[in-house]
Ligand binder design. Structure first.
Ligand code: FAD
Ligand code: SIN
Length: 537
């Protein structure tokens, strides 16, 4: 059981974690920046981002006001306007920065001096910078190569953060309203040795990403288990807006089942793809005048409703009228993936269905990424900054992660020297635990959890469904806590525990919201209420 000390402890190596690490390393060449990541450095939600990063770029056509208005409109009254203004105004500078670090975004065919700006649902202008349909892969590559150039950044792979360390570990009672909770670092499982190390830090930054794995079908890779949000909630930090789970309308429907589900980027609809029935008829005009390019919550609900009406497992995306060369150049991965399943996008309708995609809520942070726990910051998908409100606008997520990583680096610039290590933190206590007798208890628990969330807390909710979900979750929680108390820690057990917490937070927040707004739709309260509140737990 090692004890490790670091000035900056960063949990997660996606866009938020690596952007922060690079900035902290640049600002403090003499300080240590330690990044923990639970599998390989490159495995993250970031790596799978397709559509791109939204930023006001073409100043002849686009304006900050338009991007702000689009973000507020998608967020359905729950965005924090000051945060939207910060992200939209500071975003282009962060995009320029990653371009300087080496990110290649596609340029126009006829004018190599101009970036090829795409359009997605809810955007009134073309403002999405992208690298084919592999934008996230390109950004992740750039960040990993840049981070490697800094000798004071160390990345520890296959290190699983288990719990945040606070005064609770020093024997002090800590409850959710304790005003001065402090974070001293974390306990982390070194997956290769099985040892649990104590990592002490002056500053801890959570960049652990989303939690799509709480649903049966998701575009998120298997690492997306909401660990940072669950750890913060266990440490008695504030979490908010968890009911706003974004379902992407167009994951590729594969009857064989695939985890993660492959995404058909919204940029395909921005490129001219049209949603249709199996008979080739359009239906989106029945739901919104923006049709296939309406914001995601509207399109996902429309597809869900059409599927339920018809008793089918998918609807379709028609790309047959599009120029083949241009389509293949823009979407080579999508094209190849469809072909691999025997679907030729130029000849066949592409079967699509909604899949859990993005967590709009998360760890409540202020405009500088500070959580409710001192010395603990959060950025990226695990955080709730107020940018997305009740529904995230497409391609605003990568932008938000970069803007907040930058802001946290600035906020901690002076403060890091004022915070000292808490040397009297005890080592992890594994007394009374033994190796698991039956892993099936964990794997079956996970299956049950996903079923509960998919059937009762999906795109359409109701009081009775939410109550059923809470009752079943409670049982699963009790059984899993029993296992946790008696069993040697494993990543699978911790992920199940974390996902149960996420499921509980989503379901409880959904039960509190007695209205339909943005991504939260309930048949018991189908309308928006005039008084809007953030659901803080
Ligand atoms: P991630 O990139 O998910 O990184 C999380 C990191 O935390 C990983 O390194 C993981 O290993 C680590 N981690 C997690 N738990 C632990 C733990 N317990 N211990 C140690 N490490 C841990 N957004 C856009 O803006 N534009 C797009 O085009 C776009 N397309 C998308 C397409 C897909 C298929 C998906 C899934 C998402 C897409 N998104 C898009 C959303 C966007 O990719 C993510 O929101 C964003 O990349 C999240 O970045 P992050 O740094 O917060 O987290
Ligand atoms: C997509 O390419 O459709 C995903 C974009 C996003 O999630 O922002």
């Amino acid at each position: 059981m090692a004890r490790i000390k670091t000035d900056f402890l960063v949990l997660g190596s996606g866009i938020a974690g690596l952007t922060f690490a690079i900035k902290a390393a640049q600002m403090h060449p003499d300080r240590r920046v330690l990044v923990l990541t639970k599998t390989d450095t490159g495995e993250s939600n970031t790596r799978y981002a397709q559509g791109g990063v939204a930023a006001v770029w073409d100043m002849e056509k686009d304006t900050y006001e338009k991007h702000i208005a689009d973000t507020l409109d998608a967020g359905d009254g729950l965005c924090k306007r000051d945060i939207v203004e910060i992200v939209v105004h500071e975003g282009p500078e962060r995009v320029r920065e990653i371009i300087e670090w080496g990110a290649r975004f596609d340029r126009e065919k006829d004018d190599a001096n101009r970036y090829d700006l795409a359009r997605e649902g809810g955007h009134s202008e073309h403002r999405i910078l992208h690298y084919k349909d592999l934008t996230g892969w390109e950004m992740q590559r750039t960040l990993m190569e840049t981070a490697r150039q800094f000798p004071n950044i160390e990345i520890l792979e296959h290190y699983f953060a288990l719990d945040l360390i606070t005064q609770h570990h020093l024997g002090r009672m800590v409850i959710r309203v304790t005003p001065d909770i402090e974070c001293y670092g974390c306990y982390a499982l070194h997956k290769e040795t099985g040892e649990i190390d104590t990592i002490l830090s002056r500053v801890t930054v959570l960049c652990t990403g989303g939690a799509g794995q709480v649903y049966k079908t998701t575009t998120n890779p298997v690492i997306a288990t909401g660990d940072g949000i669950a750890m913060t909630y266990r440490a008695k930090g504030r979490v908010e807006n968890m009911e706003f789970v974004q379902f992407h309308p167009t994951a590729l429907y594969n009857p064989a089942g695939e985890n993660p589900a492959f995404l058909i980027s919204e940029a395909v609809r921005g490129f001219g793809g049209i949603l249709k029935t199996a008979e080739g008829e359009e239906f989106m005009h029945l739901y919104d005048p923006r049709q296939s390019l309406a914001p995601r919550d509207i399109v996902a609900r429309a597809i869900d409703s059409e599927m339920k009406k018809r008793g089918t497992d998918c609807m379709y995306l028609d790309c047959r009228h599009l120029d083949k060369d241009a389509f293949v150049a823009h979407f080579p991965t999508i094209y190849e993936k469809c072909l691999s399943l025997g679907i030729d996008p130029m000849k066949d309708l592409i079967p699509v269905a909604p899949a859990c995609h993005y967590m709009c809520g998360g760890i409540r942070v202020d405009a500088w990424g500070r959580s409710s726990i001192h010395r603990l910051y959060a950025a990226g998908e695990c955080s709730s900054t107020g940018l997305h409100g009740a529904n995230r606008l497409a391609s605003n997520s990568l932008l938000e992660a970069m803007v907040f990583a930058h802001r946290i680096a600035h906020d901690t610039r002076e403060r890091v020297g004022q915070w000292t290590y808490q040397d009297d933190v005890p080592d992890w206590n594994a007394e009374g635990t033994t190796d698991p007798q039956e892993m099936v208890l964990i794997t079956q628990g996970l299956k049950e959890l996903k079923e509960i969330m998919s059937y009762y807390v999906g795109i359409v909710r109701s009081n009775i469904r939410l109550k059923r979900a809470l009752d079943r979750l409670f049982l699963l929680y009790q059984e899993t806590e029993d296992l946790y108390r008696t069993t040697t820690i494993s990543p699978q057990l911790m992920e199940l525990r974390n996902l149960i917490t996420i499921a509980y937070l989503i379901t409880r927040s959904a039960s509190h919201r007695r209205e339909s707004r943005g991504l939260h739709y309930t048949t018991d309260y189908p309308n928006c209420q005039p008084f809007i509140e953030h659901s803080v737990l």
